[in-house]
Design a protein around this ligand. Structure first.
Ligand code: SAM
Length: 284
């Protein structure tokens, strides 16, 4: 059994604005025995600015597999370690997932210290539905693979969120507008929490034209959001519920019972069916 100290902390760091560094994140980094960082050259100035002198070691995509055994051994020996990435939440399009899985498998404690994350910041501020969404990481770099990936979004009902780099943002927007249609609603969240932050919510044709017209908008870090496709299947289900309800009313069932039975038969919600049944009877 591992000692209580044997803990891996996943510490979120700012994605731009340093004031987003939470007091708990700072305290955790100060209190940990070691910090594993995606890029130690990048994190040292940030850590020293906040008076954190915890030893920092590298943990990046090229040494992740090799480092894993070392981190596990350190934790098993009673040490505590904090994992950070260059910006945002570790393990989200950044190294860490395999280490976290290994910690769970070995019965080691894993503690998230939540904070900035570009996906969530963009989603919360884009004005697209947030009740269901999917994050698809970075869009593929190669044009054919990117187009194929966008093709697969055509009928996706959930809001989709992807990361894209400045080098490819125009090409990605051209493909999105062409494949999903200029009218498909989307959003582009750029330089979140930074000086040049912009959030553009518009159909993809318009987002593309705005970026083409204003080269300054093409610079920086980006999150792209794609509104879910309207659901043809829902329309079919609605039609089925309507037909069933009409039939039961025509057969003389009382309003409440017709709504109740239709809900049971079709899986539709009972309250709207009851209202509709009243309308059909002309009782309202
Ligand atoms: N783990 C990070 C997180 O929690 O957001 C993401 C790391 S991923 C390697 C970096 C990508 O996230 C960038 O290329 C960009 O697409 C997005 N990103 C990071 N910071 C951003 C910001 N301030 N504004 C917009 N997008 C950002």
């Amino acid at each position: 059994m591992s000692s209580p100290n044997s803990t891996l902390y996943l510490v979120a760091t700012p994605i731009g604005n340093l004031q987003d560094f939470s007091p708990r994140a700072l305290a955790t980094l100060r209190g940990a025995d070691r910090i594993y960082a995606e890029d130690t050259r990048h994190c040292r100035p940030l850590l020293s600015r906040f008076g954190i002198d915890t030893p920092a070691l590298s943990f990046h995509e090229h040494n992740e597999a090799k480092r894993e055994a070392e981190v596990l051994e350190f934790l098993q020996g009673g040490g505590s370690a904090a994992l950070i990435s260059d910006a945002g939440t570790p393990a989200i399009s950044d190294p860490g997932f395999a280490l976290v899985r290994a910690c769970h498998e070995q019965g080691l404690r894993v503690v998230p210290i939540p904070g900035p994350c570009a996906v969530i910041a963009a989603l919360s501020a884009a004005g697209l539905p947030t009740d269901r969404f999917a994050f698809d990481g970075f869009l593929p770099r190669k044009p054919a693979a990117r187009r194929q990936s966008i093709e697969s979004m055509r009928h996706e009902p959930r809001t989709l969120v992807v990361y894209e780099s400045a080098h490819r943002i125009l090409d990605a927007l051209r493909d999105l507008a062409e494949i999903l249609g200029e009218q498909r609603m989307g959003a582009l969240a750029k330089e979140l929490t930074k000086l040049h932050e912009r959030i553009i919510r518009a159909p993809f044709g318009e987002i593309l034209r705005r970026l083409e017209a204003e080269p300054e908008l093409q610079k920086g870090e980006f999150v792209l959001l794609i509104e879910g496709a309207p659901q043809a299947a829902d329309d079919t289900a609605d039609r089925q519920a309507e037909q069933t309800l009409r039939l039961l009313i025509e057969e003389g069932l009382p309003t409440k019972q017709a709504a109740h039975l239709t809900a049971r038969l079709t899986g539709a919600h009972r309250n709207p069916l009851y209202k509709r049944a009243l309308e059909l009877r002309g009782d309202t």
